[in-house]
Design a protein around this ligand. Structure first.
Ligand code: LLP
Length: 429
């Protein structure tokens, strides 16, 4: 489900006309639906009913303070990957005691900051990191709560850049090496307390198979760690995929839900019904680290067409957003649906490339795609841009970062100002 649909041929977010937001805040503009974020958070939470669990939102997907605050008010935990993300969570009113700290390269300063703030667990990714954490905690005279990320060597069947659970990926510790590592930690590392086990096999998984395979493979290991080392949690990671192609007809947002099960991408209800029975008798707290599922379909990037260029081979629509604003198509061949804010009267489709202003051939949002025609001055929305959209935006080509707006009920709030030219050079000496 998401909050974007056409009403009287105008694209709306929770009933609010997106063109009116463009008139107020200009383009490129990110717009998010609070109702969609909350719906997804609660749907996932409910899908895991039956097992003690906590949804720790993966902050990296979208770290705007207002979105973190929205989730904090619902009791979400947070999965962070840097001191900067922890800082944001705290500023947004999140509780460090419900934060897990992931990532292969935590620095000393980050460890100290997170220890001082009292996070729930450091999810470490190598023995070297665990030993270093032990040293840093020792210097501070504290005991660091920790979990090791196991690499289960399972194929997530997703894009190679976002697959993380195979032995050739840099993530986690080999499955077979885990028992001895926990033994050595218990015997030698007095300033870490092994609190859990973590795994995450990849992102944008659209079938249940790899999740089940990973859970079944790691289950005996988790049972052993509970028995021998008294661990209290198992984080099964994030990775739930979303639909990047959805019907936008009003009232038809649940279109996929009406498709036969076999043809339908993964739903959280399916995720829950497959995993809960496998996890419920473990007696461990299950953590989830979803990012994309919570915010992906909840956001769009609106951009205005500047020019049309008809070349020998192609028609290019040049828009005012670029790969610096949304890098997913360039980096992962990511598909984002492109739809006009004002639905054209005629339904003819035209083959076109929609491209940005950046001096790179990779700066495109689609190539040779059949789309309804639009003209310079018209606005289109790049759909499902709420996750890894703004969060991965940069100032490349000295372009100010776009503004962000959150729609809650029938009000819209600017939650991040558009950068100015002065913002661009702030900090330079
Ligand atoms: N936990 C860990 C340890 C992770 O590394 C990630 C994502 C997540 C949770 C959240 O995964 P999600 O539920 O969002 O799939 N920029 C890429 C995705 C990179 C994902 C990195 N790790 C994209 O735009 O597709």
């Amino acid at each position: 489900m998401h909050g974007f649909s056409y009403q009287n041929n105008a694209l709306t977010c929770d009933g609010l006309d997106l063109q009116s937001l463009v008139d107020e805040f200009s383009t490129p503009l990110y717009v998010y639906s609070a109702a969609t974020i909350l719906d997804h958070f609660h749907r996932l939470d409910q899908a895991l009913d039956g097992v003690e669990h906590e949804v720790a939102y993966a902050v990296k997907a979208n770290s705007n303070l207002s979105i973190l605050r929205l989730l904090a008010t619902q009791g979400a935990g947070f999965d962070i990957v840097s001191g900067g993300e922890l800082f944001r969570v705290i500023k947004a009113g999140g509780d460090p005691a419900h934060c897990t700290f992931a990532g292969v390269g935590k620095t000393r300063d980050e460890m100290i900051y997170a220890l001082e703030q009292g996070i729930y667990s450091f999810n470490v990714e190598s023995e070297a990191e665990l030993r270093y954490l032990n040293d840093v905690a020792g210097e501070l005279g504290v005991v660091a709560p920790a979990a090791v990320r196991v690499n289960p060597n399972v194929d997530a069947k997703t894009h190679k850049y976002i697959s993380t659970g195979k032995s050739e990926n840099k993530f986690g510790v080999d499955f077979d090496a885990i028992p001895e590592l926990y033994e050595r930690a218990a015997a030698e590392l007095k300033h870490v307390k092994m609190r859990g086990l973590q795994m995450h096999i990849g992102s944008q998984l659209t079938s249940i198979g790899p999740f089940v395979e990973a859970v079944e493979k790691v289950l005996p290991l988790v049972k052993m760690l509970k028995e021998c080392h008294g661990i209290e949690f198992w984080s099964i990671g994030g990775g739930i995929g979303i639909i990047y192609q959805e019907s936008l007809e009003s009232g038809d947002a649940a279109w996929w839900d009406n498709q036969p099960e076999a043809e339908r991408p993964l739903t959280v209800e399916r995720y829950g019904s497959e995993l809960v029975p496998r996890l419920k008798d473990l007696g461990l707290k299950i953590l989830l680290e979803p990012g994309r599922y919570i915010v992906g379909n909840a956001g769009v990037l609106i951009t205005r067409c500047l020019y049309e260029k008809k070349g020998l081979a192609k028609t290019f629509k040049i828009v005012d957003a670029g790969m610096n604003d949304l890098i997913r198509p360039a980096l992962y061949e990511g598909h984002h649906q492109i739809v006009p804010l004002q639905k054209p009267a005629n339904e003819e489709l035209h083959k076109m490339d929609v491209v940005g202003p950046i001096c790179e051939s990779g700066d495109f949002f689609c190539q040779d795609r059949m789309l309804p025609d639009f003209q310079p001055g018209d606005c289109v929305a790049l759909m499902s841009a709420g996750a890894y959209g703004f969060a991965m935006a940069s100032n490349y080509n000295s372009r100010p970062l776009p503004a962000e707006v959150l729609v809650e009920g029938n009000t819209s709030t600017l939650i991040r100002k558009r950068q100015t030219l002065d913002d661009l050079i702030e900090g330079e000496l």
